[in-house]
Design a binder for this molecule. Structure first.
Ligand code: CA
Length: 377
């Protein structure tokens, strides 16, 4: 099997309800999907996180031509070729996101060729589903935040979720008030994480953490800038709340210093950014050296979500234990038509659990004929 053709699709959809978090707001969603067509007529799909016009150009103009004629099952060789060829001006950011998309599509083809769902090929036992947490509770809109968030929380609980993540980062006092109110609203049995999207410096982050740590917060995500792992450590050493982060980090080379410092309790590489499945596995192996649990960031289309789900299904829970501890994966509930509108059958979400696809490969059948209204020329 060889790669015969590489296509990059830049998709964009205007949103009915714009939303925001501490750093910026969205009035549209984008996706950059890569399709690899093999010489035996199979297609594999991958996705890149970040600015779609840029990653699409990288795939079309630079990386795509390099992989035509290569065997997509040779994931290590393909990855090394792309990384080595771009190392002078890549190593992080959009270049790695573009490599990620090609890598995920290669794994899709490889698993199809093995006739196996990807998570089984990655070494996991047969399983049906994984519990997920509801990512939502964004800012924006005219209604008072607490009114809207309580409605969203009711929806979240009604749909069977028992874990959710609240956005914070608009000021310590305001955050403390809303997090307290929401904990009171959902009750003690629901796992509640908070995410500042690196809005704070270490002093503010520590102030916030200390004022909500009696609420049993599951983790504090991106409290401070991803430029400073040392500041994550500072936060971690000054609160009982576990610290999470890593969605803005790339490759094992980037994650190594986080693990060496002991800056994280939960590492959150994004498979569509960090270097794909191939690199995600290496990051996860590094994480085991310091018993850090890896739970992927996932904010993309059905393709990116499937990649995260298969990857996570194949990860053991760390720190290692014989007690089967519940795993928890991200489930973005903000408006995004690309989770459902472009696939034959969306990944099944029921009672707060993602159900693992049973068909071979990534298990999402993408329908390019649905791209029309979203396609950016
Ligand atoms: Ca986040």
């Amino acid at each position: 099997m060889r790669i015969a053709k590489v296509d990059a699709f830049h998709l964009r959809a205007r949103l009915d309800r714009p939303f925001g978090f501490s750093q910026f707001s969205y009035s549209e969603r984008e996706a950059m999907l890569v399709r690899l067509t093999s010489t035996d007529g199979r297609v594999g799909w991958g996705e890149a996180y970040g600015p779609a016009a840029v990653t699409a150009a990288i795939v079309r103009e630079f990386l795509g031509p390099l992989v035509v004629g290569r065997d997509p099952r040779a994931v290590e060789s393909v990855w090394d070729l792309l990384y080595a060829r771009s190392i002078d001006y890549g190593r992080k950011g959009v270049m790695l996101a573009a490599i990620s998309a090609i890598d995920i599509a290669c794994w899709d083809l490889k698993a199809q060729d093995c006739g196996s769902p990807l998570y089984r090929l990655l070494g996991a036992e047969q399983q049906d589903r994984i519990e997920c947490y509801w990512t939502g509770f964004y800012f924006g809109g005219d209604e008072p935040l607490q009114v809207r968030w309580e409605r969203e929380a009711r929806d979240c609980l009604d749909q069977g979720f028992r874990a959710l993540k609240l956005k914070v980062g608009l000021g310590v006092e305001r955050d403390v008030a809303i997090v307290r109110a929401m904990r009171g609203f959902v009750g003690p049995a629901v796992r509640v994480a908070i995410d500042a999207n690196h809005a704070y410096g270490p002093q503010e982050a520590i102030q916030l953490a200390r004022q909500v740590e009696d609420l049993g917060i599951h983790w504090f995500e991106e409290p401070v800038s991803p430029l400073a792992p040392e500041q994550y450590l500072q936060v971690k050493q000054n609160t009982r709340i576990p610290v999470a982060g890593g969605e803005c980090e790339y490759t094992r080379f980037g994650f190594e210093k986080w693990f060496r410092l002991g800056a994280l309790d939960y590492a959150q590489p994004d498979l569509c950014a960090c270097g794909g499945i191939t690199e995600g596995l290496k990051i996860a192996s590094l994480a085991t050296l310091t018993a850090v649990h890896v739970t992927p960031h996932a904010w993309g289309s059905a393709v990116g979500q499937a990649a995260a789900l298969h990857f996570y299904a194949a990860r053991p829970r760390h720190p290692s234990t014989t007690v089967p501890e519940r795993k928890l994966i991200e489930c973005d509930r903000s408006e995004n038509p690309f989770r459902e509108a472009i696939v034959e059958e969306p990944i099944r979400l029921a009672a707060g659990h993602w159900h693992l696809p049973k068909t071979s490969g990534l298990g999402v059948h993408v329908l390019p004929e649905t791209f029309g209204p979203y396609l950016v020329a």
